[in-house]
Design a protein around this ligand. Structure first.
Ligand code: PLP
Length: 373
């Protein structure tokens, strides 16, 4: 079996799973209970939060635990919009975003918010001049992903953050779900960052929203105080501890893993470029963990199924996208609907071997010869 869909989710790391098991067995109390068992659980929880804060270089009070990146994105976007709508109802985002960003934006649009989408350049980077043109006094939120999930474009988040400094009523949300654990992430000039450990060998079912201290949010889920007032519910101690383990493991050796994956990606690109009907959609601004291609004139859903016959797993788009619709990020970059309808996303890991890549290329060749006329 060759798994090349690591951008969708990753196999859980043994140590992470063990942490989940050990903590679940060791602590039976609710961290918010005032008795001894509760307080023991709370100490364990606080220690995990402290370690996560240290690794990410944020304050403990800035960490909000959610059920995943989808909830973190919803909380950030709807939370800001509903808390600060007195300053304006204008929001800016991009066509590269994951459905967990575009979904809440559409919901807000239906409630009377105005959403503008900033253009992207041919290399996939946000057009900063267009962003400056779109920004207004009543813009309350800009939401841009650090790395998009389909083409893997890494945005110049720092530059965007600097531009937004001139707009004190405008908050900057960054969906860093495809960035954290793969590349070093700077939190400078960002108000809100979301991500989920299942993208880097953590468990599914937990996400994190980092919210700068001075920023307020209207909660999505109302109830009692949990670890913060912004998201209620009994804190999931074992998932939080496993998230801490996943974050610390992912940050180890991050540069070497990146270089290793870059070599795999180069090998893939070199070979795939030779096919006349293949177009590489990822650009020099893409991170090597994601390689997006189009195979002109064929159904990549069929191609994906054909690869599956060889026990090889890739995706056509982001796992959360509606099937048989064009890829919005690929369309935004290429402006070509046919290319956007025939995408294949190959996503890599430091666990992928060069032999895996060679086997993939071999099988790709067989599928191509069968399906492309
Ligand atoms: N944001 C991006 C960029 C993603 O790739 C994903 C997952 O595919 C999400 C958000 C949603 O993450 P989750 O599955 O944890 O809700």
């Amino acid at each position: 079996m060759i798994y090349l869909d690591y951008a969708a989710t990753t196999p859980v790391n043994e140590e992470v799973l063990k942490t989940f098991y050990d903590i679940s067995k060791s602590y039976i109390g609710n961290p918010n209970s005032t008795h001894k068992l509760g307080q023991e659980a709370k100490s364990c929880l606080d220690l995990s939060t402290k370690k996560i804060a240290e690794i990410l270089k944020v304050k403990e009070s800035e960490i909000i635990y959610t059920s995943g990146a989808t909830e973190a994105n919803n909380l950030a976007i709807k939370g800001i919009a509903n808390e600060y709508k007195r300053y304006g109802k204008h929001i800016i985002s991009t066509y590269l975003e994951h459905s967990s960003v575009t979904g809440p934006l559409t919901a807000l649009q239906n409630q009377g918010f105005e959403i503008d989408y900033v253009d992207v350049l041919d290399n996939g980077l946000v057009d900063l001049e267009h962003l400056k043109e779109l920004l207004r006094e009543d813009t309350i939120l800009v939401s841009i992903g650090y790395v998009d999930s389909e083409v893997g474009i890494k945005q110049d988040i720092n530059e965007i953050g600097k531009i937004l400094l001139s707009y004190p009523n405008c908050f900057f949300h960054v969906d860093a779900t495809q960035a954290i654990g793969k590349i070093p992430v700077s939190f400078e000039n960002i108000d809100l960052i979301s991500f989920a450990p299942h993208k880097f060998y953590g468990l599914n079912g937990i996400g994190i929203l980092i919210k700068k201290e001075n920023v307020l949010l209207e909660p999505l889920i109302h109830g009692g105080i949990s670890t913060t007032i912004f998201r209620s519910g009994t804190p999931n101690l074992a998932l939080i501890a496993s998230a801490e383990k996943a974050i610390s493991l992912a940050n180890m050796d991050i540069e070497n893993k990146y270089q290793y994956v870059k070599n795999l990606n180069q090998r893939l690109q070199q070979s795939l470029k030779e096919y006349s009907k293949v177009r590489i959609n990822s650009t020099d601004k893409s991170i090597p963990y994601i390689l997006n291609i189009s195979i002109k004139g064929i159904s990549t859903t069929n191609f994906q199924k054909e690869l599956e016959n060889y026990d090889i797993y890739v995706s056509t788009k982001s796992a959360c996208c509606a099937p048989n619709t064009p890829s919005r990020p690929v369309y935004a970059i290429t402006k070509d609907r046919k290319l956007a309808l025939s995408t294949l996303r190959i996503s890599l890991s430091h666990y992928t071997t060069m032999e895996d890549i060679d086997t993939f290329l071999d099988c790709f060749d067989k599928c191509y010869k069968k399906l492309v006329k």
